[in-house]
Design a protein around this ligand. Structure first.
Ligand SMILES: CC(=O)N[C@H]1[C@@H](OP(=O)(O)OP(=O)(O)OC[C@H]2O[C@@H](n3ccc(=O)[nH]c3=O)[C@H](O)[C@@H]2O)O[C@H](CO)[C@@H](O)[C@@H]1O[C@H](C)C(=O)N[C@@H](C)C(=O)N[C@H](CCC(=O)O)C(=O)O
Ligand SMILES: Nc1ncnc2c1ncn2[C@@H]1O[C@H](COP(=O)(O)OP(=O)(O)OP(=O)(O)O)[C@@H](O)[C@H]1O
Ligand SMILES: N[C@H](CCC[C@H](N)C(=O)O)C(=O)O
Ligand SMILES: [Mg+2]
Length: 493
């Protein structure tokens, strides 16, 4: 964007007090230009220090790294004019520098973490703000959505991309932003430069054990949102029905943050008292500060009510008036690919698409659909390649225990053999039908629906591609479901 900043303006101090002008920031040596500050970060495959020599050759004016990176490129650095900034945690230092480089971010921001429900809560928070008349966005797995839109490749992008997007939102007039804090994003300090008014916690169950060394490490990454990113004056909004919510609330209390607890348990500040389900939604009764409210949500699944209430808590925590927030709730719209009604058969049977891709989400999603359905419930599941392999049989088991019939299919095999992934899922559900081709699996599932039955297609939600090897083949569960329903029922979708 043609700007030039000094290191001091980015809050950085170089070895020997060297002063240089910076023309841009980069974490990838391949995008370094004259004057760039190259952040050479410790990676999961290789240390970015290995690429310092290339970055210097491309004209880097400064290198931000840790002691290991500086050691790797010791000779090249000694022979260069570039400024060297050595930080204990260069990822966090980069996050602060990126926030200063791009300068602006929406005035009111919240972030939400948890194994499942982040996209849903961020989307509902944006919808609540819209209902209150604010220019609002949500950022995460489904990209930037709302008053400003842009695609994103990560749920929580690295800080340079994140702050560029936030600055773009701000200059487009966005005043309110709700973002997802993934455990990878938190572990890598990607959002440490974001100014948060409130932060939320949904739940904690198994996922990503390929990346985090243990369950506790995975929890600690998520806890970083309250222990580190949310300031003392921020408000923590916590689902206390989850056993780890209580631990999270303690961490927030130790920081002196105000806490809004949400859940079914007695004493929760925003307490869900009752839910009644029908074919197209649910009626909720909840309590806030001793006042009981009752309203209808056009949303499928009891857990979406929990997500809506967490979103309401976040909007309140970030400064909105509680009663006005509650008035917006009946207007909440289905989150793309989350318990989304994709098609209805002529006989009344419904096909839903959901993003359940963890054992807990599969169990939750199937159980949540049950009270909306009079007949049998068929589930289609699959697990992703190059992701936590331990969750595969557990996902199979979760489907087996909760659905009347299960079809196991492919879901982004990536570099792995899809048959091996399916076999692992089948271990948890030996009675399932195995149909590798996802389009055929959907055809089988839809074809088996009798009056009053429902099909839940899990795993891909809003996704529009099937990743096989390095290829992304166009595939959309919602589209596929409606094509199949039209084909079987002769033109009706
Ligand atoms: C495991 C993980 O999080 N990896 C992320 C991480 O890469 P890394 O540090 O491991 O990269 P590396 O290959 O070891 O390289 C080390 C460093 O050298 C640099 N490099 C590398 C090659 C080169 O020629 N020049 C160069 O400078 C790299 O940019 C990197 O900074 O930092 C990169 C740059 O910021 C990310 O793009 C990359 O995301 C990868 C692609 C990824 O797939 N991440 C997923 C798992 C992820 O982050 N998912 C979460 C949420 C998932 C969920 O909740 O479901 C997300 O927030 O999206
Ligand atoms: N509060 C919840 N409790 C349990 N399961 C949930 C909850 N909310 C959503 N889910 C399940 O998790 C799936 C993914 O939901 P969502 O996309 O909101 O989660 P996420 O945390 O953003 O996921 P990701 O880690 O991929 O970003 C849903 O489709 C549903 O099956
Ligand atoms: N953000 C998640 C999404 C998984 C969705 C599922 N379709 C899969 O590919 O496993 C991940 O990358 O682990
Ligand atoms: Mg998400």
């Amino acid at each position: 964007m043609g700007q030039i900043r000094s290191l001091a303006e980015l809050g950085l101090t170089a070895q020997g007090g060297r002063q240089v002008e910076i023309t841009g920031l980069s974490v990838d040596s391949r995008t370094v230009r004259d004057g760039t500050l190259f952040a050479a970060l410790p990676g999961t495959r290789v240390h970015g220090g290995e690429f310092i020599q290339y970055a210097l050759r491309m004209g880097a004016a400064a290198i931000l790294t840790d002691a290991i990176g500086a050691r790797i490129a010791h000779e090249e650095l000694a022979a260069s004019d570039a400024a060297l900034i050595i930080a204990q945690d260069p990822r966090q230092t980069l996050a602060y520098a990126a926030a200063l480089w791009f300068g602006a971010q929406p005035e009111t921001m919240i972030a939400v973490t948890g194994t499942n429900g982040k996209t849903s809560v961020a989307t509902f928070t944006r919808q609540i703000w819209e209902g209150l008349g604010f220019e609002a966005v949500n950022l995460g797995t489904t990209g930037v959505e709302g008053a400003y839109s842009a695609p994103m490749t990560h749920t929580t992008p690295e800080p340079i991309t994140l702050h560029r997007l936030l600055a773009d939102c701000e200059s487009a007039g966005v005043t309110h932003a709700a973002m997802e804090a993934s455990s990878h994003g938190l572990a890598q300090s990607r959002l440490d430069g974001v100014r948060l008014a409130a932060a939320g916690f949904t739940n904690f169950t198994q996922d990503h054990l390929d990346y985090h060394a243990s369950f506790e490490e995975y929890f600690n990454a998520k806890a970083g949102l309250f222990a580190r990113v949310l300031p003392e004056e921020g408000v923590a909004v916590i689902n206390v029905d989850d056993p780890r919510g209580v631990d999270m609330a303690e961490i927030a209390a130790d920081r002196g943050q105000d806490i809004i607890t949400v859940g079914r348990r007695d004493g929760a500040d925003l307490r869900l008292m009752a839910q009644r389900f029908d074919a197209t939604g649910q009626v909720l009764r909840f309590d806030w500060e001793g006042h009981v409210h009752q309203l209808r949500l056009d949303l499928i699944g009891g857990f979406q009510a929990e997500n809506v209430l967490l979103a309401a808590g976040l909007a309140i925590g970030a400064g909105a008036d509680a009663e006005r927030v509650f008035e917006t709730l009946p207007g909440m719209k289905t989150v793309r690919g989350r318990m989304q009604l994709a098609a209805t058969r002529e006989n009344g049977a419904a096909v839903f698409v959901d993003y359940a891709h963890t054992p807990d989400a599969v169990a939750t999603a199937i159980k949540a659909l049950r009270p909306h359905v009079m007949g049998r419930l068929i589930a289609i599941i699959g697990a992703g390649g190059d992701r936590d392999a331990a969750k595969r049989p557990l996902m199979g088991q979760a489907a087996c225990e909760n659905a009347d019939e299960v079809i196991v299919t492919d879901d982004n095999p990536r570099s792995e053999d899809p048959a091996v992934i399916r076999a692992a899922v089948m271990q948890g559900c030996p009675g399932a039908q195995e149909v590798g081709d996802r389009a055929l699996a959907i055809l089988r599932g839809v074809d088996a629906l009798g009056p009053g039955d429902a099909l839940l297609i899990c795993g891909k939600g809003h996704e529009t591609g099937q990743t096989v090897g390095d290829d992304v083949l166009p595939f959309d569960d919602v589209e596929q479901a409606s094509v199949v329903v039209s084909a079987l029922d002769g033109g009706l979708a």
